[in-house]
Design a protein around this ligand. Structure first.
Ligand SMILES: C=CC1=C(C)c2cc3[nH]c(cc4nc(cc5[nH]c(cc1n2)c(C)c5CCC(=O)O)C(CCC(=O)O)=C4C)c(C)c3C=C
Ligand SMILES: [Fe+2]
Ligand SMILES: [Fe+2]
Length: 368
């Protein structure tokens, strides 16, 4: 049978027919509101910020602050920001994540791997539990969970694993499960980032400094043993090495501070302002911790931080987009998945497993 990387043929959820593979990759991202409106933001933030992995303060006190203050004020403010980056197809994070799942399916197919790729969101839709249920119904018996976070943190990666575990607690016949915890130092990921920087330099010229801005975390999580900070610094160092940058030509900063506590430093926007005030005229900014452009990169960096840098005397602010659907970034994800799929039956010749045969028999029975 000719091999097709298309998810609609034997290797995907063919309408009316079962899968020829019982192996799936589940690409998980954070999730995003359904609409750039205050009610949609309230639903999204209520779920996101109630996660004890995200806000680690005693539950009762936090519930009072969250419902008494934050969910009354923040939804409208955040909705206005989302409105500035919203596209015809929806939130950028959703659009990129869907596209990445499709491309990953194709890339794995081209590598001769017969797997089903699906995507899910930790907060909002499609949820991780509902997607795992759907995969099971299609005959999937093995799932590689791939959180789209290069650097591990309790707030992101572990929270995805929590959610899969919550689904597992109420599921009788569990699939085999594997998890990718991190890929912050993966050479193909670093090379992909370096490629996007070089492409930017070729197109727009090279700035005096390369600022690598990562999403922040409360500083206390570092002292409690969260590896996130160290992994961001390692990604930064490896990217600088890949670009042959010298000390002083690059820096790592942390953005998106939330709440009053001290977060990881240096903070992105104040650093950019300090650079401009110190006479730096041009910067390039990349956000290597985000696998896809989203509110935090498009609005906070490419709008707010840009304005702050220019206002403080900077003259040129180059924004380098996230890996999104860049072929080099997709190759990195495909290679990562391939490595973690080792030993599972992904060969098309072996794709017609007992599970798939059983699913087909069931489907045939159901049609009669
Ligand atoms: C990439 C890694 C991320 C880490 C680490 C992270 C930690 C973290 N985030 C918040 C609070 C908010 N984050 C918000 C948006 C947001 N965060 C990430 C990624 C990480 N967060 C992404 C990709 C996005 C964008 C989502 C989108 O829809 O585009 C928001 C919502 C927006 C807003 O109201 O400002 C909040 C809130 C905390 C508290 C935290 C660590 C403890
Ligand atoms: Fe966040
Ligand atoms: Fe933000």
């Amino acid at each position: 049978m000719p091999f097709s990387p298309e998810p609609t043929h034997r290797h995907g959820a063919a309408p009316g027919g079962p899968l020829a593979t019982d192996v799936a990759v589940l690409l998980c991202n954070l999730g995003t509101p359904d609409a750039p409106t205050a009610p949609a933001l309230r639903r999204y933030l209520a779920q996101f910020l109630a996660d004890p992995r995200v806000v680690e303060i005693p539950r009762l006190a936090w519930a009072l602050i969250l419902h008494g203050i934050i969910l009354r004020v923040r939804p409208a403010k955040s909705a206005a920001k989302y409105a500035t980056v919203w596209t015809a197809e929806g939130s950028p994070l959703k659009v990129w994540t869907e596209k990445q799942a499709k491309l990953l399916q194709g890339q794995l197919g081209e590598r001769g791997l017969c797997v089903r790729v699906a995507h899910a969101m930790r907060y909002g839709q499609p949820s991780i539990g509902q997607t795992l249920d759907a995969l099971k119904r299609e005959g999937v018996r093995r799932v590689l969970v791939l959180p789209a976070y290069p650097q591990y943190s309790g707030a992101t990666t572990a929270s995805v694993i929590d959610d899969v575990s919550r689904w597992a607690l109420k599921t009788r016949h569990l699939p085999e499960l594997r998890f990718v915890n991190r890929y912050h130092d993966d050479p193909t990921y670093i090379a992909a980032l370096a490629k996007t920087v070089r492409e930017h330099w070729q197109r727009d010229g090279r700035a005096e400094k390369l600022v690598m801005s990562f999403h922040g975390m409360p500083e206390r999580t570092l002292h409690l043993g969260d590896p996130y900070h160290c992994e961001c610094l390692k990604t930064g160092r490896l990217l600088a090495e890949a670009l042959s940058l010298r000390d002083g030509e690059w820096l790592v900063t942390f953005q998106s501070r939330f709440g009053k506590a001290k977060w990881l430093q240096p903070y992105t926007e104040p650093s950019l302002v300090k650079l401009a005030q110190g006479g730096v005229k041009s910067v390039d900014v990349i956000c290597p911790g985000f696998s896809a452009d989203c509110l935090e990169t498009l609005e906070e960096i490419n709008q707010e931080a840009r304005e702050a840098f220019l206002h403080a005397g900077g003259q040129r602010f180059g924004y380098i987009p996230c890996l999104n659907d860049h072929p080099a970034g997709m190759r990195a994800l495909a290679q990562l998945a391939e490595r973690h799929l080792q030993g599972w039956p992904t060969d098309p010749a072996h794709g017609d497993t007992l599970a798939a045969q059983r699913a087909r028999a069931l489907a045939a029975g159901a049609r009669e």
